[in-house]
Design a protein around this ligand. Structure first.
Ligand code: GDP
Length: 453
């Protein structure tokens, strides 16, 4: 992204391409208001000194392009902190493209994906965690994901990180004064001995935040789940029952619900990324036909295995192979067909008996998944939940820096050595907020946004 072009005026369709009731075209930059005013027939936009909405027409010379409603957000009270105008036009791909073309002819540049949000970040309107949260809101597929993203957007992570940074800065400040002005009496004299508890206290809070990350990551990314079992045990029926029950199949990559290759299932607010469901649906004799290898690979990739067994019959060789293959995995044994009787006595930590056909026991299954993966204390607590892999990695780095600082103190190294580790810790925290983050990384984050965002 070319930073020198930062304040030129950019334009993009903010709504998805294709036919819809309306399209919104967003324009941001110094000239946004005057540029649109020049092609707008209606009352002048130039007198909007605060947010205003105007009805009128977009004119290409003497020709009407479209009847529109224009919303003007004068800087700095806008998403990007620049002058922003949003044109709500009719929702045709051609008409909106024509308006964009007209605005390009008048001097606006077509925005890159995520460029509006990038400007909001560069102009200090949001920090990097909040920008990422905007993307998470757009990507959210469950209520829990949406709630988490909204918390982050409201600054929960930013505030926690800033508080940690401030504490580190206090310690670094005192060390600096100690080193530069040893004669200065008013400032506490830090020694390795007095530094250690201060570092331990920050470490303790870092560990608390990190504790939430397992649950956070599961909420944000879902659980990679393999449904396995011998032929005819009821895997497809279970999948259908879950999909019907939840009415929430989110992705359906290959086209129709009946022909799923990969699917995402919203199970009581938790996203299950179902793996290899084509195998579940199509292969009547999966274990034999596809061989143990394919099943093994699905098991390997899974965070959770739902091993379906037939409660109405004795365990067979195939069941035993699958029980053996999954014995070290996080698994739930799903005893299906309970409506036909209960013949097997399963001994395992996590067993749920169901009838996929009669759709009974499904809520127990959902609850078991939740118990296995979600720490309810984390959900109930007011502390921020760390969920983004980038944030988690940076907090882990910060933790290592602080542990190194602690070791230096313990070994009685000079406190300026400790200061280096503390500075690195501070730097890593700043990187989470995007304050010191490399341009290349920032560009890569924003390029994942859609056009017009
Ligand atoms: P898959 O090969 O493991 O996918 O098994 P299917 O889901 O195709 O089911 C095989 C047969 O078992 C079908 O005739 C289903 O209707 C039947 N079935 C599945 N679940 C149940 C259940 O809970 N109770 C009963 N009685 N039959 C079931």
């Amino acid at each position: 992204m070319v930073i020198a072009m930062l304040y030129d005026t950019i334009v993009a369709r903010a709504t998805a391409p294709g036919k819809s009731a309306i399209h919104i075209i967003r324009v941001s930059g110094d000239d946004a208001i005057s540029l649109i005013d020049a092609v707008f027939k209606g009352s002048s936009l130039m007198h909007c000194d605060k947010k205003c909405v105007r009805y009128g027409h977009i004119m290409d010379g003497e020709t009407v392009l479209d009847e529109v409603v224009v919303t003007v957000f004068p800087e700095p009270r806008s998403f990007t902190r620049e002058n922003v105008v949003e044109i709500s036009c009719h929702g045709g791909p051609f008409v909106s493209a024509e308006i964009i073309r007209l605005l390009q002819n008048k001097g606006a540049r077509l925005a890159e994906p995520g460029e509006f949000t990038h400007r909001a970040y560069l102009n200090g309107r949001i920090d990097l965690t909040e920008a990422e949260a905007i993307m998470d809101i757009i990507d959210a597929k469950t209520k829990t994901q949406l709630h988490l993203a909204n918390e982050t957007l409201s600054g929960s992570i930013k505030d926690a990180i800033n508080a940690l940074k401030e504490r580190l800065l206090d310690i670094i400040g005192v060390i600096e004064v100690n080193i530069d002005y040893p004669e200065y009496e008013d400032v506490e004299k830090l020694t390795a001995h007095t530094l250690m508890p201060k570092i331990e206290s920050v470490l303790k809070d870092i560990n608390t935040i990190l504790k939430s990350s397992k649950t956070g990551k599961i909420i944000r990314e879902g659980i990679n789940t393999a449904i396995i079992g011998k032929p005819n045990v009821g895997k497809s029926t279970l999948l259908n029952a879950l999909l019907d029950e939840e009415k929430a199949i989110v992705t359906d990559i290959s086209g129709t619900t009946r022909d799923i290759i990969e699917a995402e299932l919203n199970l009581d607010g938790i996203l299950l990324n179902l793996m290899d469901t084509a195998g579940v649906r199509d292969a009547r004799d999966e274990v034999e036909r596809l061989g143990v290898e394919r099943t093994k690979s699905a098991i390997d990739k899974a965070d959770l295995v739902l091993l379906v067994l037939d409660q109405s019959d004795r365990l067979t060789g195939n069941d035993k192979i699958l029980l053996e293959l999954t014995k070290h995995k996080t698994r739930i044994l799903v005893g299906n067909k309970t409506d036909l009787g209960m013949k097997i006595k399963l001994k395992d930590e996590h067993i749920i008996n169901i009838s996929a056909k009669e759709k009974s026991g499904l809520s127990d299954l959902a609850e078991e998944v939740r118990t296995l993966f979600i720490d309810e204390n984390v959900i109930q607590s007011d502390d921020p939940i760390l969920a983004n892999t980038r944030h988690i990695a940076m907090i882990e780095k910060t933790k290592t820096n602080l542990e190194d600082a602690h070791t230096s103190c313990k070994e009685g190294l000079p406190i300026d050595m400790t200061e280096i580790d503390l500075r690195n810790a501070w730097q890593n925290l700043s990187d989470i907020l995007g304050e010191t983050t490399e341009d290349a990384l920032i560009d890569s984050i924003f390029s994942r946004f859609c056009l017009g965002k």
